[in-house]
Write a protein that binds this ligand. Structure first.
Ligand code: GMT
Length: 374
């Protein structure tokens, strides 16, 4: 099949999932056309069956705000028509679903029928999508999509609660490639950040308000008081400054290392002992799954889709949002030498349930219902 994937190219989870999906489908022989405004961060090297079409936004002086949605619709039109695509898969409703709808309408005037699948990732529904200024368009576009998927049951429920939908929503969870065994990082890499007896805690996010990054520092502070440890903070965003301030106030600057944005987080996760995700809400929590896939158990909040990924008492522990004391004591449980190996294995086993080989075919099934003959 020739599949167009419309995505955000940045470090956000939706872009990562869309890129990894495209790469997996390309490996299976599909022809994948990524459509977005800059090269997706996870796309990496040149690969068979993968093409990238850049949407270049003009900076005509009349426009105080560049009409990205319109430019994107034109690009989609172009790629569908001249590359002969069979189907479009748009990740994140705003504005990708409305651009796909516009392109679909224009193409149908020319006798070209192109179905589009919309995958809802979370903030397109839970935060931005609920903004009254977006509701009519988001609702219309979900209903106009030929198929709709959500990355968790929780996101499906939330979407149905908030919008008036006539569409069925398929739950297709996010996925990860798991190795045959847990991979160990070379001791030399670990040694650069912590001594042998110091556990390494890790957090990865876009440092937005919803991630509650200051809770990560507070949890670490409590853990470190009982068990001297190190914390690796990966990513960047609006709340990084407040986090750095908090480290200074708590006198933790020599214990917390800010690594900034990284394209490939796997190598950091490989040296971590616990992953912390205290988000206010999270439709899935891909970062937690990525940690579990290398055998790192997770301390998280219990909201949104997180409980579908992190199983309390098995792959890690869940606490109420903001319950930093509970998160810290659970963290110490995971770090107890008597428990450590067991939770490590269980986290890894839990991640296997989301293996790419199990999940990618679910998307292919949906494509086949819309493009039966290919
Ligand atoms: O919150 C982020 O990190 C970015 C955001 C996005 O859309 O790129 O992530 C959302 O989609 C991810 C992939 O499906 C999910 O794993 C995240 O849970 C979800 N974020 C939120 O719901 C806050």
């Amino acid at each position: 099949m020739k599949i167009g994937i419309v995505l955000y190219p940045t470090f956000g989870g939706s872009g990562v999932v869309a890129t990894e999906l495209g790469k997996a489908l390309a490996k299976k022989g599909h022809e994948i056309h990524f459509i977005t405004y800059s090269q997706p961060v996870r796309l990496g090297r040149f690969r068979e069956n993968i093409f990238y079409h850049e949407v270049s936004v003009s900076d005509y002086p009349l426009f105080e705000f560049q009409p990205y949605e319109t430019t994107l619709a034109s690009k989609i039109y172009d790629v569908v028509k001249y590359e002969g695509l069979d189907i479009l898969h748009v990740h994140y409703a705003i504005p990708h679903a409305s651009s796909a709808f516009m392109a679909q309408q224009i193409l149908s005037e020319e006798g070209i029928n192109i179905p589009f699948v919309t995958t809802l990732h979370g903030t397109d529904i839970t935060l931005i999508g609920k903004d009254p200024s977006f509701v009519p368009v988001v609702q219309f576009c979900i209903n106009a999509s030929n198929a709709v998927t959500a990355v968790s049951e929780s996101l499906k429920v939330e979407t149905l609660r908030h919008f008036n939908l006539q569409k069925d929503i398929h739950v297709v969870p996010n996925f990860i490639e798991t190795d045959l065994e847990i991979t160990e990082a070379p001791a030399s890499v670990r040694k650069a950040y912590a001594s042998l007896e110091e556990p390494i805690l890790c957090h990865i996010s876009n440092f937005r308000k919803v991630k509650r990054v200051e809770d990560v520092i507070r949890v670490f502070d409590l853990v470190n008081k009982s068990l001297p440890s190190k914390l690796l903070m990966v990513g960047d965003g609006p709340d990084r400054y407040a986090c750095e301030q908090l480290c200074r106030t708590l006198g933790l600057c020599d214990r917390i290392i800010f690594l900034g944005k990284l394209r490939d987080t796997r190598h950091v996760l490989e040296i971590a002992d616990v992953f912390i995700l205290p988000s206010e809400t999270e439709s899935f929590g891909l970062a937690a799954l990525e940690a579990m896939a290398v055998g790192v158990p997770v301390i998280s909040s219990n909201t949104g889709g997180i409980p579908e990924v992190n199983v309390h008492g098995y792959s890690g522990f869940l606490s109420e949002v903001g319950a930093v004391e509970s998160m810290a004591s659970n963290c110490l449980l995971l770090l107890d030498p008597r428990n450590k190996e067991r939770y490590r294995k269980q986290a890894y086993e839990q991640a296997k349930k989301f293996n790419l080989d199990r999940i990618v075919p679910l998307y292919e099934e949906i494509y086949h219902t819309l493009v039966p003959l290919k």
